[in-house]
Design a protein around this ligand. Sequence first.
Ligand code: MG
Length: 308
Amino acid sequence: MFGVIDGTGFEVIDPAFEACLIGHARVERLWTGARWVEGPVWFAAGRYLLFSDIPNNRIMRFDETDGSVSVFREPSNNANGHTVDRQGRLVSCEHLTRRVTRTEFDGSITVIADRFEGKRLNSPNDVIVKSDGTIWFTDPSYGILMDYEGERAESEIGACHVYRVEPETGHITIVADDYVKPNGLAFSPDESVLYIADTGITHTPGGPAHIRGHHVAADGSLSGGQVVADCSNGVFDGFRTDRAGRIWSSAADGVHCLAPDGTLIGKILIPEMVSNVCFGGPKLNRLFITGTTSLYSVYLNVNGVSPV
Ligand code: MG
């Protein structure tokens, strides 16, 4: 666990990236044995991380107090992305049941969204909660394209959108309808910008493999939406921002660190394709990385945006 793992390391592209690193800190492989890990989410009060193993239909739990990994929920309805809301509750995207849910303090499950205008969602992929409590999620079709990460089905909506839900009323709104396969999403530290990844190239030759940035109005509507960065290796799937506004994103060769203007300044090299990341640890300076079969982490000289 604490040795140097083959294929890991750091690639400094801009000297600014060196300030993000701790000289002697190395990438650790915390656990392996999954088929496709995704959706890392940190629970500060309990000092544990949950993450999905989508094809194996389970959510795993890494306990920071002793390094153990156990099954948190099985079956998980092929859960994918997760976040925590402002009350500390787990919010999850489920492929099989094509819905976004919240796990209440008593363990019961509340459906946050499963339809738009009467039509079933495709397969919610990733989710975030804004400081006002609104829930934002992407709905590409990966979970209904085949049986491996969900169940094959036709799209009822016929397109892949980004949605916002008001938790009190359940009212659901499309906030972006011009994506091919919307995927990871994150706010800038002050929530003035919403970044959304489009992984459309996975099923559309020449399609998008980029992150776009939208200005967020007070009423939750979006404007702008220009491309911030194109992925130079694979796709940007899931990502998080740090307090300086940098974007830490998954890619085929590891984690790409983008300056707030989208410039690639460095990489954390991982020997497996990375799907997502999140900051954790008491100081949110430990980056957890989900990479295909394994969970990795590395301590950085940066801090994630609280509380996720
Ligand atoms: Mg994703």
